[in-house]
Design a protein around this ligand. Structure first.
Ligand code: BGC
Length: 771
């Protein structure tokens, strides 16, 4: 492939732009997801300002979950503040009418600004339009947009309607009550509302400024109030070649905000009164500065390659990870972030296993926040373990509020055989998430050496997870071993797997880790030992963990060096999965088989044994890894976007360079590619993490091995150089990798491993190693 097919337009000389050069209102959803804007608090889909059929306007605030009757809890879709209706001489502006030329719409990945410009000819009248907007990184509540319209032939009358539209739903479910709406001080439109069940309060305020050429008009709007809607209306005479500028300042506050001063309504208006005096350009500059200083300067990834698509893809991935990352600690990143309603804002193992490396290596404070969420989540996880008759903490497969035991839905798509909805068992049986959380904590601690976090929260999370496993594993007298039956592994096409290798190894790792922590605390930190001992009697737990870990069944490579994915997998029949792999749509296999049938076929949804081999590569020989790659890869449909990065990284390790790059391309194309359906309900945040991981862990060769960092770059053959920075145990390092050598500089003494040999970089001295 090598040229990466993108379904978006890019620019040859700009690594920070994606967009579209053709006015297209057919694939609204894909672009709404792709041009998402957010700041880790507030997230808004990239809808057009004007309305179109099949648009999906979504705005979310992280952590504001609500539950409608017995439906799963979800982030409520908030009232829309993006809308603008523009009428020219009484006719509503819309791209589907008239003639549009010089069209360009795009997202600036550096600062999150979305712009759209074009010429519009309608009824022989010609106009120039320009739209700009951003969600502020400097003020988390703020959204600002600006539109300019210039009539080129005649004087016209322009009417603008802009406001707060609370008629939004989550696929039909209305989470918000009617609430109150009104105009303040003749200029500020405000709506206050709250969720039906969780009673989270929101206030949204909008304020507008209008200019003719550069002169500000002093115009009060005519207020229009409808059910759940409040709009400001303006009417202005604009002469030929005059430019009308309309600036919208909007903000949203929630009762979950930790920075509230007087309450949502007053804070919202108070702030807007103040910010409304500042120009669009200054507010954007402030927000851009935060992007630059807080994020881009701390996360360097520069690829010099045959074209700039890989660079754009990794910039896009980081843009999305940053805009969807909680700014605070009580929240997690949903599998689709805030980019759409898919997965209802719920977080999965995607966070720890796929997104965390980006934060841990670049923005450790954000990684800390995510881990702190899991600490708060012990409440829900302990509850879940208890409800299921186990001890310790059993983390939810789908996580929403930290106090919730489980948020997975119970029913999925149609069963092709029975015609009924398929029951989703992940919440009950996809147990590996508990070890994944512990693993994430452990990787964070290794990379940051954040002892304070370990003492206050990290050790407790891991110990509670270990305790869960010690109570969950089952003793088999016949086989004289502990085992784990009836689970779902990463391959969700096997619903009742016994001894899923990934699950068993991870549970074993978790129990061993727990035992090591106890031993270490007993020896080196009696204060923490004593405080944890009160919650978890540590002596008993220690004995339990040692006994169970030592007798735990870990599926070993067979005579052919294949690690069985579970007890029965290797006895099932095989089918040719090529057609499903090649299909543009995921889950195509469900058109031919139902879950019961898939349960008995050697077909794997996503990296399962291969992910195990990636995580514990030091425990398996290269020949075992290779054999398993060639065994499992042809049986894998990659129906989860998470699959590609694991395959890319392992392939690179195994010197299967073409496959490695091809899987990297697949990962980049999930959202940015030509499939217009792939991102309809939001983009794939786990895969965004996977893109970063493939570049840094894969091609950049960065791995955490025990408590050390190993660096062994191997670039794709079309790449000239890869530069990246990362923070390892507080030391900031910069790596430059080429086809022939790599060099490292660091700000303090830095030790690493290359090909099993120890190296040390002295501060400010460059160490170069020939490859
Ligand atoms: C995958 C899971 C993943 C979830 C959310 C599913 O399709 O199989 O592994 O956690 O999507 O991304």
């Amino acid at each position: 492939m090598i040229n990466m097919l993108f379904g978006v337009d890019t620019k040859k000389d700009n690594d920070w732009w994606i967009g579209s050069n053709t006015p297209n209102t057919n694939n609204l959803s894909k672009f709404e997801s792709l041009l998402f804007q957010g700041n880790g608090y507030l997230g808004i889909r990239g809808t057009f300002e004007e309305h179109y059929l099949n648009e999906k306007r979504d705005m979310f605030i992280l952590g504001t979950f609500d539950k409608f009757q017995d439906e799963p809890t979800e982030l409520p879709n908030l009232p829309d503040i993006v809308n603008l209706e523009i009428k020219i001489n009484g006719k509503i502006f819309n791209l589907d009418q008239g003639e549009v030329t010089n069209y360009q719409r795009g997202l600036n990945l550096k600062n999150g600004e979305v712009t759209r410009s074009f010429d519009w000819k309608f009824d022989k009248e010609q106009f120039k339009f320009e739209f700009r907007r951003f969600v502020s990184m400097a003020n988390l509540h703020l959204f600002v947009s600006k539109v300019t319209v210039t009539p080129l032939n005649n004087n016209v009358r322009i009417q603008i309607k802009s406001g707060i539209d609370g008629q939004m739903t989550n696929s039909g479910t209305q989470h918000l009550v009617e609430g109150s709406k009104r105009l303040f001080r003749a200029r500020f439109v405000q709506m206050q509302t709250q969720t039906q069940d969780s009673k989270v309060k929101f206030a949204l305020t909008e304020y507008h400024r209008l200019f003719l050429d550069k002169v500000e008009l002093s115009l009060n709007p005519h207020l229009e109030l409808n059910r759940r809607q409040a709009f400001a209306n303006y009417s202005i005479g604009v002469e030929k070649n005059q430019t009308l500028t309309f600036v919208k300042y909007a903000n949203v506050y929630s009762s979950t905000d930790k920075d509230l001063r007087y309450g949502v309504g007053r804070d919202s208006i108070h702030e807007l009164e103040h910010l409304g005096r500042t120009s669009y350009a200054s507010l954007l500059a402030e927000s851009s500065r935060v992007w630059e200083e807080q994020f881009w300067q701390k996360s360097l990834v520069e690829i010099k390659s045959h074209n700039n698509k890989p660079q754009i893809a990794v910039n896009y991935a980081r843009y999305q990870l940053i805009s969807n990352t909680p700014h605070d600690f009580g929240m997690n990143i949903g599998a689709k972030g805030m980019t759409g309603e898919g997965y209802k804002g719920h977080a999965f193992w995607d966070t720890e296993m796929f997104m965390m490396p980006f934060f841990t290596f670049n923005l450790p404070q954000y990684a800390h926040n995510l881990m702190e969420y899991r600490y708060l989540g012990l409440i829900g996880a302990v509850k879940k373990a208890h409800q299921n008759g186990y001890q310790g903490a059993q983390y939810p497969w789908e996580a929403a509020m930290p106090i919730d035991a489980e948020s997975s839905p119970l029913w999925g798509g149609a069963d092709i055989i029975t015609g009924e909805p398929m029951k989703i068992l992940s919440g009950e049986s996809e147990l590996h998430v508990t070890s994944d959380v512990a693993f994430g904590v452990s990787q964070y601690l290794r990379a940051t050496d954040d002892q304070k976090f370990a003492k206050r929260m990290g050790d407790e999370i891991i110990l509670q997870c270990a305790k869960f496993w010690a109570s969950r594993v089952e003793w088999s007298t016949r086989l004289n071993r502990y085992q784990i039956t009836d689970v779902i592994g990463p391959d969700e096409y096997k619903e009742h797997a016994n001894n899923n290798a990934f699950t068993n190894y991870m549970a074993h790792w978790c129990m061993e880790k727990g035992a090591n922590i106890i031993a270490d605390l007993r020896q080196n930190d009696m204060a923490t030992y004593t405080s944890l001992d009160k919650k978890l009697p540590l002596a008993t737990l220690f004995r339990d963990l040692i006994e169970k870990a030592s007798m735990m069944y870990l599926p070993q490579p067979d005579a052919e060096k294949i690690i069985p994915q579970d007890d029965n997998y290797l006895s099932y029949k095989t089918i040719n999965v090529q057609k499903y792999k090649e299909s543009d749509n995921t889950s195509e296999i469900f058109k031919d088989f139902n879950l019961k049938q898939l349960d008995k076929i050697q077909v794997t949804k996503q990296a399962d044994v291969l992910l195990l081999l990636k995580l514990f590569e030091d425990k398996f020989s290269t020949s075992v890894i290779k054999k398993n790659w060639f065994f499992y890869e042809p049986r894998t449909t990659h129906d989860s976007s998470l699959s590609y990065s694991t395959h890319a990284i392992l392939a690179n390790d195994l010197s299967l360079y073409e496959q490695a790059f091809s899987y990297f391309e697949h990962a980049c194309q999930i959202d940015l590619g030509t499939n217009m359906q792939s991102s309809v309900k939001g983009i794939h945040l786990g895969s965004m993490g996977g893109i970063y991981n493939t570049v840094i862990e894969g091609f950049g060769g960065v791995r955490i091995v025990e408590d050390n960092l190993s660096i062994q770059p191997q670039l794709p053959k079309t790449w000239e150089t890869l530069k990246y920075s990362l923070i390892w145990q507080g030391v900031k390092i910069k790596v430059l990798a080429t086809q022939d050598y790599f060099s490292i500089v660091s700000d303090s003494k830095f030790k690493f491993i290359y090909h099993d040999k120890d190296y040390q970089v002295e501060p400010k001295e460059k160490l170069t190693i020939e490859l």
